[in-house]
Design a protein around this ligand. Structure first.
Ligand code: KG4
Ligand code: ZN
Length: 343
């Protein structure tokens, strides 16, 4: 086999998606994601159920990825896995499986930081996305995180700002819950928002001490009070105005994100802007970035849809760059629930 070609099997199990990918260098051969439907009826991820579902899913998902990639596990060069941050019970399933597989195949083990992986997903070789040039600013927006990162190199990153309370995905999901929409509500708000008037109901734009930090908990509270008040006069208020309410919520959230991005550009003088994480699937933020590319002369990088929400391909690409650096981990490494983007 050509020594320059590396096959990496990557495992992601930080939250409620069991995902396994196989990469040939920076190219994705397979990226299988098993979603856990079970959490929808509880209105949020139940950690105990998530780890059990990972246990059930992990073997079939690994097998499916190998079949899809059409490679024998004997040809793998390394096993990459999500070390953290995430739910401990969920992380342990992927971590233990990755260790056993690396030991059995006698190949290197590579621990990956999930937050770095969301950003490095941009470097997956795919005709539907372009690779950013360094330095760039990445707005990482997911169910667990909201961060503005200055990315100097693959593993050299600085946090410019982050949320002081809820993550932006939580703001979407909690607002959706108030409206009686299923979990996770972000994609539902996005769908209804596209049919509504974004200026129908104004919601406040919160202030933060550090102007690059974010705060979303006040927005959720103001939406809750607004809905309660309106429902007093009209019990059918949500039903009759769902599109406009969703459009107004989405408009407010995107407006907050775009204002912060503009401030970060102003502070750093970096005009290369990427978005990452589950919320970067949102049609509003994608549209706002495309507009900024034209109006503000930014060079923007929007990831391919399947690399935005949690997936193992992003763990694989991060593993690939760590492999090139010879950055391998000992079999004694443990999962870590809390991890910063740079440790
Ligand atoms: O990155 P991700 O899959 O998981 C975490 O690491 O948190 O992000 C999940 C989050 C959820 O809050 C979900 O509602 C949100 O991403 N999300 C969206 C959209 N698609 C997913 N939020 C708004 N609009 C969307 N289209
Ligand atoms: Zn994530």
């Amino acid at each position: 086999m050509n020594k320059k070609i590396k096959y990496i099997l990557a495992i992601e199990s930080s939250c409620d998606d069991t995902s396994v990918a196989i990469l040939k260098n920076d190219h994705v051969l397979a990226n299988v994601v098993a979603n856990q439907e079970i959490h929808a009826k509880y209105g949020g991820v139940v950690p105990e159920l998530a780890s059990r579902a990972h246990q059930q899913n992990i073997v079939p998902v690994v097998q499916q990825a190998l079949v899809q990639a059409n490679i024998d596990k004997k040809n793998l060069d390394a096993i990459a896995f999500t070390r953290g941050p995430g739910l401990m019970g969920s992380l342990l399933v992927g971590t233990s499986f990755a260790k056993s597989m690396a030991m059995a195949l006698e190949i290197p083990l590579i621990a990956v930081n999930h937050m770095q992986a969301h950003i490095l997903a941009h470097f997956i070789d795919d005709e539907l996305q372009k690779k950013p040039s360094f330095p760039f600013i990445c707005l990482t927006i997911s169910g667990g995180h909201t961060q503005l990162i200055r990315v100097n190199d693959y593993f050299s990153m600085e946090i410019l700002g982050e949320t002081i309370d809820d993550a932006v995905g939580e703001a979407f999901d909690k607002s959706a819950k108030i409206l009686g929409l299923p979990y996770p509500g972000g994609p539902f708000i996005d769908t209804y928002a596209q049919l509504g008037n974004p200026k129908a109901f104004p919601f406040p734009n919160p202030k933060t001490k550090n102007e690059l930090d974010f705060s979303f908990s006040g927005l959720k509270t103001s939406i809750l009070y607004f809905i309660r008040k309106k429902e007093k006069d009209n019990p059918n208020f949500i039903k009759e105005n769902l599109n406009d309410i969703c459009a107004s919520i989405q408009y407010t959230i995107i407006d907050i994100l775009m204002r912060k991005l503009k401030k970060a550009v102003h502070q750093t003088n970096i005009r290369h802007i990427a978005i990452a994480g589950g919320v970067s699937a949102n049609s509003g933020i994608r549209k706002a970035l495309i507009e900024a590319q034209q109006k503000q002369q930014w060079e923007t990088y929007i990831p391919k849809f399947e690399y935005t929400t949690d997936n193992a391909a992003m763990i694989g690409i991060t593993g690939y760059y760590k492999y090139l650096e010879g950055s391998f981990d000992a079999i004694s490494i443990s999962a870590k629930a809390r991890m910063k983007v740079v440790e």
